[in-house]
Design a protein around this ligand. Structure first.
Ligand SMILES: *Cc1c(COP(=O)(O)O)cnc(C)c1O
Length: 404
């Protein structure tokens, strides 16, 4: 099939929630490269939106998946599952959590976290505590409840009435948070770096104060690490940059390296609120998905990928900072590890993304001003140099010549 055939078929049969997509279809991938139907090569600096941490078709990873496919794919949670037990163990041994539950996606992991926070207080007899405070411009998923948790009106408006019990406050604004805390509050849920709304970071001071407020008001602290987890920020989990441990954190995106799996991770006293029958999933944590998760954890921890993410992230930011010094149209470069945003002073990020695409580089554009980079954690300095060179060329071309 040609690209035009595929686009036509998509338009005819697929619900139009994605609008006009970027006009390309990939046939295969290797490392950070993807090849389209005409064998044009691309450098993938978006990594399937932070999913392909290992790059495309990592040889060790696909080998493990292939051999698992020949053995067993699904059995159901009526029975014990070896890879599920093992993945649970490795996540617990490498984090502050004591127990885990597997879902199929980030939204579902967050649903699980929200349910866990509510049932925790119910079972303590504190039935009036149900409200969850999240941040404005957050993103927690697309189910009705996670849309309610998400602090962005555009996702909420079409679906009202939403699940009740959510309040949204401005990021890094302690006073707003204090005001939002009432006796109904049961938890504060936040992303350490807001990915979907433009790579916005919570400050260390803010987080320290949030933790303090949680302790003082008997609130659970929930980190949505769906995007910041799994080595993305240069540490295995984002919270490890701070001297703060959440009561619950969620994972998904890179956890299965492209095979759908999410996780709710919690401290024992919270996790024990879930008793038989309280929660569940048909696919969640099946043998195949957990084999993928186990392989991802193994490769991340043993092949130096997290260290590489930290190192390459620093290098990448330094190179982008050089561009900022050269072109005044760049307002800011920010991020941690390989979760990086480049903000322009004007609304050109979409146009810029298209220009990079034409040159064979895949990046993200959030809002109207921010380019977002989430390359696989195996990225090298040579590959970063190629992207920076392309950015430099576009910035230097007539359209964007605003030298400082
Ligand atoms: C992507 C994302 C989600 C949603 O994950 P899905 O797998 O698409 O449901 C939730 N929270 C954050 C922070 C995300 O980046």
């Amino acid at each position: 099939m040609t690209l035009q055939d595929i686009i036509q078929m998509d338009k005819e049969y697929f619900m139009n929630v994605f609008g006009d997509r970027i006009p390309v279809c990939f046939r295969y991938g290797k490392g950070i490269n993807l090849w389209d139907l005409e064998d044009k090569v691309y450098y993938d600096f978006l990594g399937g939106i932070a999913v392909n941490a290992l790059g495309h078709c990592h040889p060790k990873f696909t080998e493990i998946l292939k051999s698992q496919l020949d053995k067993l794919i699904h059995t159901s949670s009526l029975y014990y599952i070896e890879s599920q037990a093992k993945l649970a163990k490795t996540l617990i041994q490498n984090s502050c959590a004591d127990k885990v539950f597997f879902s199929n996606s980030g939204a579902e992991a967050n649903e699980g976290a929200i349910k866990l926070a509510r049932i925790y207080f119910k079972k303590k007899g504190l039935t009036h505590k149900y409200e969850i405070i999240t941040l404005k411009n957050s993103f927690h998923g697309r189910t009705l409840t996670t849309v309610a948790a998400t602090g962005q009106e555009k996702y909420q408006k079409p679906y009202a009435p939403l699940t009740p019990g959510f309040k949204h406050v401005e990021i890094n604004n302690l006073e707003a948070l204090k005001e939002a805390i009432t006796p109904s509050a049961c938890a504060i849920m936040l992303e350490l770096i807001q990915g979907e709304s433009g790579v916005n970071l919570v400050t260390e001071e803010y987080l320290q104060q949030v933790k303090k407020l949680c302790d003082e008001n008997d609130l659970l602290l929930i980190f949505d690490e769906v995007q910041t987890g799994m080595g993305r920020t240069g540490k295995l989990f984002g919270y490890m940059h701070f001297n703060i441990e959440p009561d619950i954190f969620t994972l998904a995106k890179a956890l299965g390296g492209g095979i759908p799996i999410g996780a709710v991770c919690a401290k024992q006293h919270v996790a024990s609120a879930f008793e038989p029958g309280d929660h569940g999933s048909t696919f969640g944590g099946n043998p195949f998905a957990c084999t993928a998760g186990l392989a991802v954890m193994d490769i991340l921890l043993n092949d130096g990928l997290i260290e590489n993410a930290a190192k390459m992230g620093e290098y990448f930011k330094t190179r982008l900072q050089e561009l900022k010094d050269k072109y005044s149209i760049i307002n800011e470069v920010r991020g941690k590890g390989l979760m990086i945003g480049l903000e322009f002073t004007s609304d050109i990020s979409k146009e810029f993304m298209k220009k990079l695409f034409q040159k064979g580089f895949l990046v993200g554009s959030v809002g109207t001003k921010v380019l977002r980079f989430l390359p696989p954690l195996i990225v090298t300095t040579e590959e970063i140099d190629k992207l920076v060179e392309a950015l430099d060329k576009i910035l230097g071309s007539s359209q964007f010549t605003v030298h400082s």
